[in-house]
Design a binder for this molecule. Structure first.
Ligand code: ADP
Ligand code: MG
Length: 660
């Protein structure tokens, strides 16, 4: 049989502190296919170092190493990983099983990195073979030392290796368990697998067919063992080894591998519940805040838009306001200008483009029916009010011009007032008291919903003259609505009204207007402006919270990587490429942040729901905001998980395995 392992003048030098330590000082050695070699020597003589170089876990400082005739110094890390996964099986003194992972999954793990199907079947077969057919679901901490090592032995066989390296495989076992492991090594060797075993016990080395002794980094003897010890119970020869004809290439990621990493990410989150919860808190709070704020903002915007569109786009509004510019500062409350019914009449005549002009007054009142009472807003309007404000009664009728002239005591109620005074009963035809004056209810106004923070249904509408003379006792209007014939005449009407009002108020040229004239376009533009500021603030909140959340995730991933250094080393030893490790940790980070994001989305929706039902604010969660929050939280995990994941992927397998 040809040479499987061929090393010449192999050297390994470690840098320790300031100086260097020569651990291997020129080792030359050939191992043929089918041999069973024991490497012996006192502690610290370099046995493990040699085995790790032979197993492609470490690289020599000098010398050449050919495995299967291949110069391994030319292989990249990932090619080395692929070769390890196909050709080599490892058994370590410390077993190195994945914690919290079943025996079955531990044994199936090497096949994850080769992408071969039938993992569970193969793992079951191997575990049954090592006598653990009834322990498939046991995690390492539910198994004895001997059983754990048998799992490790089964794992070494998973990918049908040609070569098994065992470093003190019985070092941590009682003698009967040790015997069992050795019997299996002999068995494998008889089936054609080459075995290289490191041990410092002559009793153990006696099973090998060849014994190499190492001292201070050089081979001091290399002898055949003419009569290897036969383990208790004659081993059965099984065909275990498969022939490898060409060097395998590292391969891409499979869907199975992705799913496996996702499941293991969930497992590790479950294993560290509190820690994971705390680290996703940043993202969770951020996403919650953004979803809730977006929902409330959207709701407010929508109700304002609805109200505006219900007012009609041909409408102008004239409000009294304090003059500005006269003394450089705003006047006090007393210097507010006043709007009168004469103004309304003058405005109506001022421009042919004006269809209607109507005054409006508002004031707080107390309304009583029977033993129920409520404080609400009284609005006095003309008979045109219903048409101009899209307020045709939902039930009953509106008042007439004649009733307005007669100062009739008739009222229409908003739906909030109806509920407060009458409950479910029909109020039309009933008599109520408004500030101790009797009014007959003639209709119910349509439901308008809340406009931002004000309930538009909490209102009583009465004729303008009635309101001014009988109830509020006011001579001045709170607002004049002007309806134009069409949008084209609007600018002309605005100019005419402004000129008229300045003249009526005798304003000299150097003074500013003492009234505010608005059209719907202005109001819409003002609203758009505030919603832009709102969006900007929201964006800043989102960015800060995602940054804080991302740092939390990065921090915990760094902890996780250093905690699991041995696991990473093991995964690499059994064939995980750099990319596989990188992806594993990226998935873990993304899973954590996405979970935080999902909980945040749910919480944000819940807050929006509570707001809209209890506080009466409209809150609308849009699908876009949910998708955006989801994508951002997943993206944050990937972004901030990248550095820790890369750190994990670059760990050298042997440094990782030696890590304590
Ligand atoms: P053993 O024959 O007991 O298995 P090892 O091969 O593990 O010995 O180690 C041989 C020597 O190399 C020891 O003296 C150890 O201290 C040293 N050594 C091993 N690994 C490192 C390392 N990463 N850095 C520095 N020194 C090391
Ligand atoms: Mg050792």
């Amino acid at each position: 049989m040809g040479a499987l392992i061929q090393v010449e003048e192999l050297r390994k030098t470690y840098r320790v502190g300031g100086g260097t330590l020569d651990v291997l000082k020129g080792v030359s050695l050939t191992v043929a296919e089918g041999e069973f070699v024991a490497i012996m020597g006192p502690s610290g003589s370099g046995k493990s170092t040699l085995m790790q170089i032979l197993g492609l876990l470490d690289r020599p400082s000098a010398g050449t190493y050919r495995l299967l005739g291949l110069d391994v110094s030319r292989l990249t890390d990932d090619e080395g990983a692929a070769l390890r996964s196909k050709v080599i099986g490892f058994i370590f003194q410390m077993f190195n099983l994945l914690a919290r992972t079943s025996a079955l999954d531990n044994v199936a793990l090497p096949m994850l990195y080769t992408g071969e199907p039938g993992r569970a079947a193969r793992a079951t077969e191997l575990l049954t073979e090592v006598g653990l057919g009834d322990r498939l679901d046991h995690a390492p901490n539910q198994l004895s030392g001997g059983q754990q090592q048998r799992v490790a032995v089964a794992r070494a066989l998973t990918n049908r290796p040609r070569l098994i390296f065992a470093d003190e495989p019985t070092g941590n076992l009682a003698s009967d368990q040790a015997e069992d492991i050795l019997r299996r090594l002999v068995e494998f060797n008889r089936a054609g697998i080459t075995v290289v075993m490191v041990t410092h016990e002559p009793d153990i080395a006696a099973y090998a067919k060849r014994v190499i002794k190492l001292k201070d980094g050089v081979i001091v003897s290399d002898e055949a063992n003419p009569s290897p010890r036969i383990p208790f119970g004659e081993p059965a020869a099984k065909a275990a080894g498969g022939a490898l004809t060409k060097v395998p290439l590292p391969r891409g990621l499979t869907a199975v591998e992705l799913r496996e990493h996702f499941v293991s990410a969930l497992k590790s989150m479950l294993a560290n519940k509190v820690r994971s919860a705390l680290s996703m808190l940043g993202i969770l709070i951020g996403v919650t805040a953004v979803i809730a704020m977006l929902a409330i903002g959207k709701g407010a915007q929508k109700s304002v838009e609805e109200r505006l569109s219900s007012l009609g786009s041909n409408l102008l509004m004239l409000f009294p306001s304090a003059p500005r510019g006269a003394g450089g500062a705003r006047g006090g409350a007393g210097s507010f200008s006043r709007l009168t019914l004469d103004d309304v009449a003058a405005i109506r005549r001022s421009n042919p483009g004006i269809l209607l002009a109507a005054g409006e007054v508002n004031g707080g009142v107390q309304v009583v029916y029977g033993d129920q009472n409520a404080s609400t807003t009284l609005t006095g309007g003309t008979a045109d009010y219903a048409a101009m404000h899209n307020d045709a009664p939902y039930y009953g009728r509106f008042f007439t011009e004649q009733e307005d002239k007669d100062r009739a005591r008739v009222a229409l109620l908003g739906q909030t007032v109806v509920t407060e005074l009458f409950g479910d009963a029909n109020p039309v035809g009933k008599t109520i008291n408004v500030n101790h004056i009797k009014f007959k209810v003639i209709g119910i106004l349509p439901r308008k919903g809340s406009g931002g923070f004000r309930d538009q249904d909490d209102v009583v509408v009465v004729p303008l003259n009635t309101a001014m003379r009988r109830v509020l006792g006011s001579y001045y209007l709170n607002m004049i609505s002007i309806e134009c014939a069409n949008p084209q005449v609007m600018d002309g009407v605005m100019d005419a009204v402004r000129t008229l009002m300045r003249k009526r108020h005798r304003l000299p040229d150097y003074k500013d207007d003492d009234f505010t004239l608005r059209n719907m376009a202005d109001i819409q533009a003002a609203l758009a402006g505030t919603s832009q500021v709102f969006s900007l603030l929201l964006g800043i909140v989102a960015a800060i919270s995602l940054l804080v959340g991302g740092i939390g995730i990065m921090n915990i991933m760094l902890v996780s990587v250093s905690e699991r250094t041995r696991e990473i080393g093991l995964r690499k030893a059994i064939g995980a490429t750099r990319r596989a490790v990188l992806i594993q940790f990226l998935i873990e980070a993304a899973a954590m942040s996405t979970l935080g994001g999902i909980i945040g989305i749910l919480l944000g929706c819940a807050i929006a729901f509570v707001m809209s039902t209890w506080a009466g604010w409209a809150a609308i969660v849009t699908p876009q905001s949910v998708i955006l929050a989801f994508a951002f939280s997943a993206g944050t995990g990937v972004l901030f998980g990248f550095w820790p994941a890369r750190k994990a992927s670059l760990l050298s397998p042997i440094e990782a395995l030696r890590y304590e």
